[in-house]
Structure formats: structure tokens, C-alpha cells
Design a protein around this ligand. Structure first.
Ligand code: SF4
Ligand code: SF4
Ligand code: SF4
Length: 293
């Protein structure tokens, strides 16, 4: 009578042991993936964009060119926010100047292509990663739709396509396909005023510093993105404090470090949810593969 029970128990213990080993290996692999995904570029030679808000007229050509380049719907319609149909938009802020009338400052927004991206750090399956060339890129084939990246991003960039049950996250990838063809990002190409400039991060920082030095009345002495959240590949110059334009005041520490500190406080919950999501992903993948055969 007890033999089958022992047998079952042995099998159960073997299964649990196997599951624990798998969980341990998965955890190790996840840690390695996170480390690889969030590693910043080796040098400041990575590509970047400098946005000079003092030169932006709010014409929206960048945002429309972005839609066309990414083959997004309604390419003629000016976007008013980030969503699965718009990876960039231009926001207008009224700021009080010397005159009685408030002046407009236009702010082009898109992914900041952080040097140590929190989105990639939060992604348990390596669907987001920072490339050595600069762009933070997304792999829809790996994404399980958990939306951790959305919660982690300090700039509110990744958006989720609720209309599509499979998916998925949408965001600017710094026109990675165009970069591979030695072309500038579409938004930079379309800007008629020179408000957007494409180049190596190090060179753009040098230029930004020179502009502030030679025009101290035109610019606030702050290059947004030089240090915020560990640095970003999209840098901004402005005539008014960035706090007045909705830019978050972030510490110089990379956000993944902050996120990891929080994760460490809830390792079991975070790990369990991530593991279940990963397991579900593989089950779905197997089923999809089986249906195709
Ligand atoms: S801005 Fe957000 S989505 Fe873009 S790289 Fe940084 S953390 Fe990721
Ligand atoms: S780099 Fe490309 S995807 Fe990103 S905002 Fe510009 S045009 Fe859009
Ligand atoms: S195309 Fe240039 S000037 Fe026009 S809204 Fe975009 S950044 Fe501003």
C-alpha cells in the first residue's frame, strides 16, 4: 500500500527538485539578461539626438515624419500624446515671459534612450535592451505583455496596444532601421529649423555646452539628459527651467539601481510573478508552434 505512495512522493520530490533547479537557473539567466540589457554604451560615441527647444516652432513635422517612418496609422494626423499609433509628439507649454503675454515653448517628446534603461532592467524576458550604438530596442517576439517596462520608465514612454491581445509595447527605437542604412532618424531629417540634431553623444554634449557658454541669456545652464537617471541619449537645451516644461527632476543615479533596490525588498513576489509570466509565455509559444504544425 505504501509503495505507490512513496513512488508518488519520490516523483513529486523529483519534480519539485527539478522545478527549483529550473527556477534557480531561470533566475540566474534573468540576472545576466538584465545586466546585459542595461549595460550602457562603452563610450559616448554612441548615437544621440540634441533637441534645442529654443529653435522649435511647434510645426509638428517631426511627429508626422515619425508616423510615416514607422508605418503608423493616420500619418496626416498630428499626434497629441504617445500611444501605439504615435512614437513622438510635440507638447506646447505656456510660460510667462517678460511681456504680459505668456510665450509658448514646444517640447518634442519620445523615448529618451537612457544609457541605463529602467524599462530593460524591469523586463524579465529581455524584450528591451540598450544597444552599443545608442538606441534602446524592442523585440516583440520575446515580449510577454507584462507591462513592467511601462511601470519602470521614469518618462512614461512605453505604451501598450490594448486593441491587440498579443500585444505589445510601442515606443521610438531611434529609427534603428534608418541608422543601419546610414540615415538620420526621420524626425531629425524632417525638422526645418535645426531644433533636432543627430550625432555622437560626446560631440552633441560639447556643442550644447558651447551654445550655453556663448548665449547665456538664451539658455538655462542645464543640459537635460546629461546626468538625469544616469544619462540619456536624447539631450535637451531650453530657455526656461525644465521643471516648468514637465521634465521630471531625477537623480543622477541610474533608475535601474533604484528599481533593483525596490525589487530586492520584494524578491519573492517579483520573482514568482516573473517566473509565472515566463512559464505562461513558453506554454503559449509551444501551443502556437503546435498549432502551426
Ligand atoms: S525613456 Fe523609458 S522607455 Fe525609453 S529607454 Fe528610458 S526607461 Fe526605456
Ligand atoms: S527617432 Fe524615429 S522613431 Fe524616434 S521619434 Fe524620431 S522619427 Fe520617431
Ligand atoms: S520639426 Fe523641428 S521645429 Fe517642427 S515641431 Fe519638430 S522639432 Fe519643432
Amino acid at each position: 500500500m505504501s509503495a505507490p505512495f512513496s513512488c508518488h512522493r519520490r516523483r513529486f520530490l523529483q519534480w519539485v527538485g527539478g522545478a527549483l533547479v529550473w527556477l534557480g537557473l531561470e533566475r540566474l539567466a534573468t540576472d545576466r539578461r538584465v545586466a546585459a540589457a542595461t549595460r550602457g554604451p562603452e563610450s559616448d560615441y554612441a548615437w544621440a539626438v540634441l533637441v534645442d527647444l529654443t529653435r522649435c516652432t511647434g510645426c509638428n513635422r517631426c511627429a508626422l515624419a515619425c508616423k510615416t517612418a514607422n508605418r503608423l496609422p493616420n500619418p496626416e494626423q498630428v499626434p497629441t500624446g504617445l500611444d501605439s499609433g504615435a512614437y513622438s509628439f510635440v507638447a506646447e507649454y505656456k510660460v510667462a515671459g517678460d511681456s504680459a503675454d505668456a510665450a509658448s515653448v514646444f517640447v518634442k517628446r519620445q523615448c529618451m534612450h537612457c544609457l541605463h534603461p529602467a524599462c530593460a532592467s524591469a523586463c524579465t524576458v529581455g524584450a528591451l535592451r540598450k544597444t552599443a550604438e545608442g538606441p534602446v530596442v524592442y523585440d516583440a517576439a520575446k515580449c510577454i505583455g507584462c507591462r513592467y517596462c511601462q511601470y519602470a520608465c521614469p518618462f512614461g514612454v512605453p505604451t501598450y496596444d490594448w486593441q491587440n491581445p498579443l500585444g505589445l509595447i510601442h515606443k521610438c527605437e531611434l529609427c534603428r532601421e534608418r541608422l543601419a542604412e546610414n540615415e538620420k532618424p526621420a524626425c531629425v531629417d524632417a525638422c526645418p529649423t535645426g531644433a533636432l540634431q543627430f550625432g555622437r553623444r560626446r560631440d552633441l554634449l560639447r556643442q550644447a555646452r558651447a551654445r550655453i557658454r556663448s548665449n547665456p541669456d538664451r539658455y538655462v545652464a542645464h543640459i537635460y539628459g546629461e546626468h538625469e537617471a544616469g544619462g540619456t541619449s536624447v539631450l535637451y537645451l531650453s530657455s526656461v527651467p525644465f521643471a516648468d516644461l514637465g521634465f521630471p527632476a531625477l537623480p543622477d543615479a541610474a533608475v535601474p539601481e533604484v528599481a533593483e533596490a525596490v525589487m530586492k525588498q520584494t524578491p519573492t513576489v517579483a520573482f514568482t510573478v516573473a517566473t509565472l509570466a515566463t512559464a505562461l509565455h513558453f506554454v503559449m509559444k509551444r501551443r502556437t508552434a503546435a498549432n502551426h504544425h
